[in-house]
Design a protein around this ligand. Structure first.
Ligand SMILES: *Cc1c(COP(=O)(O)O)cnc(C)c1O
Length: 428
């Protein structure tokens, strides 16, 4: 397909928010429709048998695509116009060579990790990571001879450096490699930051022929407020279910990176069949048009609410990425790596589960639900919900107390949101 991929106007490079309206789509190919229609089709008709042969040769990696060769679509598990337009637009935000979309965030994470590891390998990850990710690493990958080791994000950069060296040494004893260093930053629900650039430098300095891939789950701050590929990471992963989808009405995931690594991820996606469906891709194209204003407004609201909560004697602590309560080390990472603090943060209440539950049950506008990044505000209790399978020791190491409430702030009127928090805090 020939699609519009112009990123400049004269000598001006266009900003991502401008490109979200039309990049990668040519109305002339779809009866002039201003928006890409939904290509709800499982398979695509070849003009000739020779075309079909050429398309498969490239899709199956039997040969490289010639630089000027026009390729066509084959089958919607492999490619589809809605998917390809979406992938081109997602790659713009993270300045990636290539993006791929998946049927969920977990589909993106598991497919990317399967593309990176072999039996005997070790992966190292910063904890806490998303619950499904930890399950994949600790309980599923070991069945295939891959060992996962975790290091608490809260222990800081020196601990991560040491853990990388130890993990690479351990991999050598099983004839494998440290295949990946997997970071989730900020960590959920504490907003503890991991220094991406330092992890990249540590990974490159290891005594190993091929350095481990540095993989970052950027769901919490990306793509507006943190750009891991610019900091040297090899792959960036998203649950597009969250901010990018942004309306709590779809499940999808994304993976972005350099061409070589993404070819391996693409092969695994084609065979595992973890591709997103065309309708989800179409919804995400619509979401991308308003991504920047939703994330900006949600962050403005979150900053105002965090300030008011910090000043409130009914609250003991407010855990944002960076900000007044951050340690000097954390603030330095924030300044170097984040363009904003996003709109998901936690607060600690005096007391424990009973006090937290009284507040949560009293909320009227904030909906009591897990997930984050939607247009509407949500509240949850990590200790008894998303992180309930943690041992008490693991909760303590990661700073997840029974008195912790996580908020995902939406784009409602901020004074209405404050009125809700204010009355719910009074109910404690
Ligand atoms: C939600 C989430 C995931 C999983 O995404 P799904 O779309 O639910 O599969 C992974 N990582 C983070 C940080 C998340 O918040």
């Amino acid at each position: 397909m020939n699609r519009h991929r112009t990123r400049v106007l004269g000598d001006r490079t266009l900003a991502p928010e401008t490109l979200m309206m039309g990049y990668g789509y040519d109305p002339a190919l779809s009866e002039g429709a201003i928006k890409a229609p939904l290509f709800q089709a499982s398979t695509f008709v070849f003009k000739s048998a020779e075309d079909g042969k050429r398309f498969f040769e490239v899709a199956y990696g039997l040969r490289q695509r010639d630089p000027d060769e026009a390729l066509g679509l084959i089958y919607s598990r492999i490619n589809n116009p809605n998917l390809e337009i979406l992938e081109d637009r997602l790659a713009v935000w993270d300045k990636a060579d290539k993006a791929l979309v998946f049927s969920s965030g977990m589909a993106a994470i598991s497919t990317a990790m399967l593309a990176l590891v072999r039996p005997g390998d070790v992966i190292l990850y910063t904890a806490p990571a998303y619950g499904g990710t930890e399950y994949l690493f600790d309980r599923i990958l070991p069945r295939y001879g891959v060992k996962a080791i975790s290091v608490p994000a809260a222990e800081g950069a020196a601990a991560l450096d040491k853990a990388m060296i130890a993990a690479a040494a351990e991999a050598r004893t099983t004839g494998g490699r440290l295949a990946a260093v997997y970071l989730e930053t900020p960590a959920n629900p504490t907003n503890q930051l991991v220094d991406i650039a330092r992890a990249v430098a540590g990974a490159k300095a290891l005594d190993q022929a091929e350095p481990p891939a540095v993989v970052v789950d950027n769901t919490f701050l990306g793509p507006l407020w943190q750009s891991p590929l610019e900091l040297g990471a090899d792959l960036v992963l998203y649950s597009l279910t969250k901010y990018v989808g942004g309306h709590s009405d779809l499940i999808a995931g994304g993976c972005m990176g350099g061409a070589d690594l993404m070819a391996r991820v693409g092969e695994m996606r084609t065979i595992c069949g973890t591709t997103a469906d065309p309708h989800t891709a179409w919804l995400l194209l619509r979401s991308l048009e308003t991504l920047h204003i939703r994330m900006e407004r949600a962050q403005d609201n979150a900053l105002i609410l965090a300030d008011r909560l910090r000043a409130d004697p009914r609250v003991s602590a407010v855990l944002t990425a960076g900000g007044p309560d951050a340690s000097p080390e954390q603030q330095a990472i924030f300044d170097a790596q984040c363009k904003g603090s996003g709109s998901t943060f936690s607060l600690e209440l005096p007391g424990g589960e009973a006090e937290a539950f009284r507040m949560l049950n009293a909320l009227r506008l904030f909906k009591l639900a897990v997930s984050l990044g939607g247009a509407e505000s949500l509240a949850s209790h990590p200790s008894s919900m998303t992180h309930s399978d943690y041992t008490p020791e693991a909760k303590a190491r990661s700073g997840i107390g029974d008195n912790l409430v996580r908020l995902s702030v939406g784009i409602e009127n901020v004074d209405d949101l404050w009125a809700d928090l204010d009355q719910a805090l009074s109910a404690i």
